[in-house]
Structure formats: C-alpha cells, structure tokens
Design a binder for this molecule. Structure first.
Ligand SMILES: [Zn+2]
Length: 107
C-alpha cells in the first residue's frame, strides 16, 4: 500500500507542501487489510487538522479499510528542528502524544 500522504520535510506539516508550520497533531490509522495489519501515521499543524483527518479517512476508504480506527493525538512541536523524544518513548514511539479522539472506520 502506498502512503496516503507524500513524504515531505521532517518536522513540518505533511498536509500542504507550502505549509512550513510545525506539526501539532498526529493521526494514527490502524486497520486490517485482508489478514495484514495496516498502520499509517501523518502529522499536521493546527490549521490542517481537518485536512489530515480527511486525507487518512479518504485513503482508508479507497482501500476499503472498514475494520479499524483513526486516533488523533496532540503532540509537542519539534524543538530547534529536532524531534523531542522522551527517553521512555524510545521503546514505544506509538505512545508519543496525547490521544484526544478516536474515529472508527465505517463504510
Ligand atoms: Zn499545515
């Protein structure tokens, strides 16, 4: 499967190539395609949060992924161009951020 969003510069919003704002939200898609687990992550600034959700749900719908969920997390902005990581997050990067919403994938 292809990534729903093109790879762009690290530590900037991934939704709009002209947006240079630091990401403040991460969307994590977890679903099953056949017997294969599918995971996709993308990050966006506050102005593109709605576009982030729409991009991932549209992508999931295109692959008919209905058994899964999209988790929205508030994340810390990068500091001086680097990605801050709590040492405790090193072994479980999926736990970075504060999950504030879960959207179930449906038809
Ligand atoms: Zn943006």
């Amino acid at each position: 499967m292809t990534c729903p969003l093109p790879r762009m510069r690290p530590h900037v919003c991934q939704i709009d190539s002209t947006c240079g704002r630091p990401p403040r939200f991460q969307a994590r898609l977890e679903a099953v395609h056949g017997a294969q687990p599918v995971r996709q992550n993308a990050e966006a600034c506050v102005c593109h949060l709605a576009d982030l959700v729409q991009a991932l749900t549209t992508w999931a719908r295109g692959y008919h992924l209905t058994d899964g969920q999209l988790t929205l997390l508030a994340i810390d902005p990068p500091v001086n161009g680097s990605c801050p990581r709590d040492p405790a997050d090193h072994d479980r990067p999926q736990m970075r951020g504060f999950a504030f919403s879960i959207i179930r994938l449906t038809e």
